[in-house]
Design a protein around this ligand. Structure first.
Ligand SMILES: O=C(O)CCC(=O)C(=O)O
Ligand SMILES: [Fe+2]
Length: 545
């Protein structure tokens, strides 16, 4: 008992290591001690080891089902892990045992909001506020929900009441600003945002909202000041850079440039009213700003580079020998093989990786790195999200992909289709169809009015396209998946076996030899596997976290 008390004290005094040691001693003697299980779980949670935390707290609950607090903490962990649906259930259990804790209602409400149950969330926030009228978190979130739903009177009441007791609560200040703007009270909204910035001078949300309302009232000089302040903050703060995994592999200067440009474009979009600028414009504007100027330098040097970048795809025959294709198929003929150590070993040992890097450097004049390599097979009945016309929007326009078909499609009839980059662009500009996952069902609705204008097949609504369906095993197609609309076509029989690589260009003048690129590519691929990120399809070089 003594021991448990001192462990709890250590925990409350934030001496996590000390507390952990004592809890473990207790559990060594009595492995079912519920308080020790519960609080050890909380220690793991504080350290971000969520899986262990969940297991310990569940064990504690098995020993003592009456205590509402372990349920509450379990709910919080599930919410951190994004399992809001489960969190809701666990918070409910906690509330069955004790309805008097405002924080439980608050967290319950947050989880409900996450899963879209806004009416229930509002009720739960109200319960939190009834128990603790000064709960600024509950007031801020309830105010925001009410504002969203146009219940402006109640929203204002809730936020003002919270601010009366917590005049410096930045979330309430910003949410009040949003509400006041909604009510057309621009001056008051501006004052509320400015107050939030006074309290927290690096509160990005407040700046963004302030910039928006200043722009609405036409005070452009002040908008510029906001943009300058934000830019300065972004460049001062390295957090975004640090958050990028593999950052040690990144050419830092370039990344910084890309990040600051992203910031500019985002701001431009935010302040010019997102509604009017289409998603296509935004994505392409970022790409156009980020890459050619600082990256390509002058013109694209070679004809093949033009083909790849301007047309969007480029065919290469005989990338892999027939023997090697057969060997790869016999080794990886498995529907679910994604990236694996064995795959990397094979493409490395057989020189495929090197020849891929040599080819792309020949085609574009740029050294490249490979950051993803997968093997996939597809049969007649297999469906994939890539079966519809799409771009890979999470790539940028300078990121090439290579698909090598490892078996002939003469009998099978499998294919990948590509729309010329210029036509792709026209289709997207005119229809705002980006092939985003959520848009894929609406392709026909979006383009059917454009049949004549874009010369689209009136029956299938397919645009003119190139069919890549090689007869010879080992043929590959390079493409820029963010420039060229494309789609996968299942074979009519048999299977289609494909080896695919994703690459990223390095600055032309970086002086990297093919050897260095091979070595670095292996490092990247192995690093991904080590971190369990085989399924990540995000170019580590170009994404701001
Ligand atoms: O399965 C296919 O051919 C489509 C592949 C694809 O969309 C891609 O690799 O980006
Ligand atoms: Fe794709």
């Amino acid at each position: 008992m003594q021991q448990l008390q001192s462990a709890v004290q250590a925990y409350q005094g934030r001496d996590l290591d000390g507390a952990e040691a004592i809890f473990k001693q207790i559990l060594a003697v009595n492995p079912k001690e519920p308080t020790a299980l519960h609080l050890l779980g909380c220690i793991y949670k504080d350290r971000g080891q969520l899986q262990q935390a969940v297991e310990l707290i569940q064990a504690s609950i098995r020993e003592d089902e009456s205590n509402p607090i372990p349920f509450f903490n379990l709910g919080k962990i599930l919410a951190i892990a994004g399992q809001h649906e489960n969190a809701v259930g666990v918070f409910q259990e906690s509330l069955k045992r004790n309805q008097q804790i405002p924080e439980t209602w608050f967290c319950f409400a947050n989880a409900l909001r996450e899963i879209g149950k806004t009416e229930e969330a509002k009720r739960a926030y109200r319960n939190a506020l009834q128990l603790n009228p000064a709960h600024a978190g509950a007031a801020g979130n309830l105010g925001a929900l009410l504002t969203d739903d146009g219940e402006l009177d109640e929203a204002e009441k809730v936020l003002r009441r919270a601010l009366a007791s917590n005049p410096e609560d930045i979330n309430c200040l910003v949410n009040l600003g949003i509400l006041l703007k909604e009510e057309g009270e621009f001056e008051e909204a501006i004052a509320s945002y400015r107050k939030a910035i006074e309290v927290k001078p690096d509160f990005v949300d407040a700046y963004l909202n302030l910039g928006g309302v200043l722009k609405d009232v036409g005070r452009m000089d002040e908008v510029r000041q906001i943009v300058a302040a934000l830019r300065q903050m972004k460049s001062l703060e390295d957090e975004t850079l640090v958050a990028i995994q593999d950052k040690t592999l990144v050419f830092d200067w370039h990344h910084r440039r890309a990040l600051s440009l992203f910031c500019e474009v985002e701001l431009a979009a935010a302040f010019s009213g997102m509604e009017s600028s289409s998603h296509f414009d935004a994505v392409k504007q970022v790409d156009a700003l980020c890459f050619p100027a600082s990256f390509l330098g002058e013109q694209i040097a070679c004809e093949e580079g033009k083909l790849l970048y301007e047309k969007g795809y480029l065919v290469d025959e005989g990338l892999v020998s027939a023997d090697l294709c057969a060997q790869l198929i016999s080794q990886f003929n498995n529907r679910n093989e994604r990236m694996s150590a064995a795959l990397i070993e094979t493409v490395l040992a057989d020189g495929v990786l090197r020849s891929v890097l040599e080819r792309i450097s020949l085609h574009t004049g740029f050294p490249h790195l490979i950051w993803n390599c997968i093997y996939f097979t597809k049969g007649p009945d297999d469906e994939a999200v890539s079966d519809a016309w799409h771009y890979d929007n999470h790539y940028n326009v300078w990121t090439p992909k290579l698909m090598i078909y490892l078996n002939s499609q003469r009998e099978e009839g499998g294919a990948t289709h590509f729309v010329d980059a210029a036509l792709s662009r026209q289709i997207s500009e005119k229809s705002d169809y980006m092939g985003l996952v959520f848009q894929r069902e609406s392709y026909s609705d979006r383009v059917k009015g454009l049949v004549e204008e874009l010369n689209i097949d009136p029956v299938t609504l397919d645009p003119e396209h190139y069919v890549f369906s090689p007869e010879r095993a080992g043929s590959g197609v390079w493409f820029c998946p963010a420039r060229s609309l494309h789609r996968g076509v299942s074979p009519k029989k048999g299977v289609r076996q494909v080896l695919s690589f994703s690459l990223t260009p390095l600055p032309r003048d970086c002086g990297w030899s093919v050897d260095q690129c091979v070595e670095k590519s292996i490092e990247i691929l192995k690093d991904k596997i080590e971190k369990g990120r085989q399924k990540d399809d995000v170019n580590p070089y170009w994404t701001a976290a």
